[in-house]
Structure formats: C-alpha cells, structure tokens
Design a protein around this ligand. Structure first.
Ligand code: PLP
Length: 411
C-alpha cells in the first residue's frame, strides 16, 4: 500500500501532469482479473477494461509471466533487427484475419499510429492514381495524432488545430444513398470506417452498408480501411468485427487497444501484395513498433483468448449483460456486440444521466463504467469476465441508478 492517500496523489498529479485529461477519477494501484484497487484500498469492478484494452483483465498470470520472461531474455532491439515473436505475431494475425497470400503487417505502438500508417498508404495511393478525396464517417473516431485526427469527425477535437490533412469528407453512417453519391465521380482515394463506432456510443454499421462500401471502393479503385482498433481482438465476440459479414474483407485494417492486453502495440494489416507494396522501404517506420516485449504481449493475448475460449465468453457474458441491463427501467436501449456494449439511459430530471451515473458508480458503488455521451454508457470489460462478476456489476449499477433517481426526487 502507498503511504499517500488518493487525495495527496491527485494533488501531486494536478501540479505536474499536462491537463489534457482533466481530473483523473482516482489513483489505481493494483488489479486482478476484472477487479482493481485504488491507493486508499477501495475495490472496483472494472467494466471498462482500460477502454477496451485489457482483453485478459488485470495482471493475467500468463501475460505477466510471458512479458517478464521476454524482458529477461531480450527487450527492445529497433527495426534494424527482427525477432521471432514479431514474425510469429504477424503470421498469427494474418491467419486469424483470413487475409490472402501476399498480405503483410506493420506494427506500431497505438491506434493513432496504426491509422497514420493506413493514411500514409492511402496518400500513396492518392498520389499514384490522382484520386483526391478521402472519406470517413460522421461520429467516427480514429485518434488524436494529426493524420488520425483529420479522419476523426468530432469538431471539438479538430477545430482547435486549424487546417489538418485533407480534404476529408464525413458521410452519415448507414446512409446508402450518400455513400453511392460520393463515388459518382470516380475520385475517391480511400474510405475509413469503424464497423462498430465505439466512441460514438457503440453503434454498428449495417451489414448492407459495409458490403456496399466494399463494392463501391472496389469498383472505383478506392482503398477501404477498417479501423478495428476498438472492435478487433475478440471484443465483439469475433476475432475482428467485420468477420460477422461473410466474405467481407477490407484493403487495410488497423488494430491496437486489445492486441497487447495492456501493453502498447498497434498494427496495420495490408491485404494482398498490391496494397502491401504501397509503403515501400524507407517510406514509413517506427523506433519501438513491434519490439519483442510488445509482440510477446500480443502473442500471449491471442493464445489466451484461444485457450480460455474468450470469444465464446464475450458472446455469452455479453448477452447476459444486455438482458440484465434491458430489464432496468431507466435503460432505453442496449447495443451489444460481444463485450462491447452501448447503453442509453433516461433518468427523469437528469440532463446528463450517463456522466452522473458513472461518477456515483465509481465513488459509491465500486464500479468503473464510462459515459460516451450525455445519455450513453459504454461497457468494455475484460473478455474473461465471469457470469458472476457480470451479475455483480449489474447489481452495483442498479444501486447507483437508485442513488441517482432518489437524489432527483429529494427536494
Ligand atoms: C482508441 C481508438 C483509436 C486511437 O487509439 P490510440 O491508441 O488512443 O491512439 C483509434 N481508433 C479507434 C476506433 C479507437 O477506438
């Protein structure tokens, strides 16, 4: 235990850490599976999993042991050299994605960087073909670095920085007519989309829309990029969310969040030899990306998802959660894809029920949940959460909701 309290530590934080994250809610110290403890010894059920990152939960013994062993053997080496785990992880990802012969993987350190690499491939294609337009979707989120930010819809994230990479045009999700109209002039270089929009509150694109996007990009010589940074690696009960649509394959796919189950690693998969050749030697790079510890974290994550049948667990516990949440009076909608859940709320008299609920849940009921909007919660717990832990989380959420409705009714 720390000798300093949460309050002391947060005070030190406020003085020395750049304020982009506002005020952190508490100081976490230790974790085990779906539970974490703060510096005052309070216990929490973690229904956010480091924002869809901790696929194997906290301090998974195999994950920790594999990382320790790798650090003891060989840590960082730069990309002037390669290592067996890097090669093995690339092979495994290509196998799981069903990518064709000639497909390749580029490893980065984050989701934004994976998207930067994808955008650079699209810019190479733009330069080669003269097709000028880059498309992305309204409410889409692709990261905070300049390229990834250019593809991110929310004006509040982009506008403080003036002119970005462009021009990026934002289409309304699931609007087939708008999609068709944008391809009328044969001048699109690439289309970026999330098969399920995570930051937007877990909204899936229709199968029909994804198939139409594939058909149009293919017939008009544009690249289709799936950002599966949040939805990939089993989050939605499939290895990659788009595999729910039979036969659907992008030209590029970006990954990060769950891939290292907490160890930073991102990746860009290029489908087939032509797309793989867009970025040629010297045209892109990274110091850290794909180093031995990061790729061992990735390999271990994938191996444990397989050995513990976590895709199945994500589907089963996810639907258990959806059913229990749907039964709550204040819940107006649940969107559930494996263990990726968006939950809409209405609480009479509350203008921002999701935010208030997340605050009360954390401070009074030992529950970590996340508000993506005024009325929307996102749940993305570890993929190995047990049915009992899920039931307990719903109990804690119900108690927090009762607090909120009571407070509203007390003058
Ligand atoms: C989180 C996220 C990103 C950005 O990833 P970082 O690791 O924060 O750079 C990009 N795309 C999607 C869909 C995300 O959810």
């Amino acid at each position: 235990m720390s000798t300093e309290t949460v309050t002391d530590l947060l005070q030190r934080y406020q003085q020395r850490l750049t304020g982009v994250f506002g005020s952190p809610q508490t100081v976490l110290q230790r974790g085990e599976g779906t539970r974490v403890w703060d510096a005052d010894g309070n216990e929490y059920l973690d229904m956010l999993g480091g924002i869809a990152v901790n696929a194997l939960g906290h301090a998974h013994p195999e994950h920790a042991a594999a990382l320790n062993a790798q650090q003891n053997r060989l840590g960082h080496i730069s990309n002037l050299f390669t290592s067996e785990p890097q090669i093995a992880l690339a092979e495994k990802l290509l196998e799981l994605s069903g990518a064709p012969e000639g497909s390749t993987v580029f490893f980065a350190n984050s989701g934004s960087e994976a998207n930067e690499a994808g955008l650079k491939a699209v810019l190479r294609h733009r330069k080669d073909t003269g097709k000028q337009r880059i498309l992305a979707l309204e409410n889409g989120f692709h990261g905070r670095t300049i390229g990834a930010l250019s593809l991110t819809h929310k004006p509040a994230y982009r506008e403080p920085f003036g002119e970005l990479i462009g021009p990026v045009e934002f289409l309304a999700p699931n609007d087939l007519q708008a999609l068709e109209a944008s391809f009328e002039h044969d001048d699109v270089a690439g289309l970026f989309l999330e098969p399920v929009q995570g930051e937007a509150g877990v909204h899936a694109l229709d199968d029909q829309y994804l198939l139409k996007a594939r058909e149009l990009t293919r017939s008009h010589g544009a690249l289709l990029v799936f950002d599966e940074v949040q939805t990939g690696i089993g989050r939605t009960g499939e290895w990659f969310n788009h595999l729910r649509v039979p036969g659907l394959q992008p030209d590029l796919m970006t990954l990060a969040k769950g891939l290292g189950s907490g160890f930073p690693i991102g990746g860009l998969i290029s489908y087939g030899p032509q797309v793989s050749a867009l970025l040629s030697p010297g045209q892109h790079g990274t110091t850290f990306g794909g180093n031995p510890p990061a790729t061992v974290a990735g390999l271990t994550t994938l191996a444990v998802i397989e050995s513990e049948s976590l895709l199945q667990n994500a589907r089963e516990v996810g639907s258990q959660l959806a059913e229990a949440l749907n039964a709550l009076d204040e819940v107006t909608a649940v969107r559930q894809y494996g263990l990726h859940l968006g939950v809409d709320l209405q609480v009479p008299g509350c203008t921002e029920p999701a935010k208030q609920l997340a605050g009360t849940a954390l401070s009074k009921h030992g529950l970590i949940i996340n508000a993506t909007g005024e009325h929307t919660l996102r749940l993305a717990p570890p993929l190995n959460i047990s049915p009992e832990e899920a039931a307990e989380a719903v109990q804690r959420l119900t108690a927090a909701l009762a607090d909120l409705t009571e407070k509203e009714h007390t003058p």
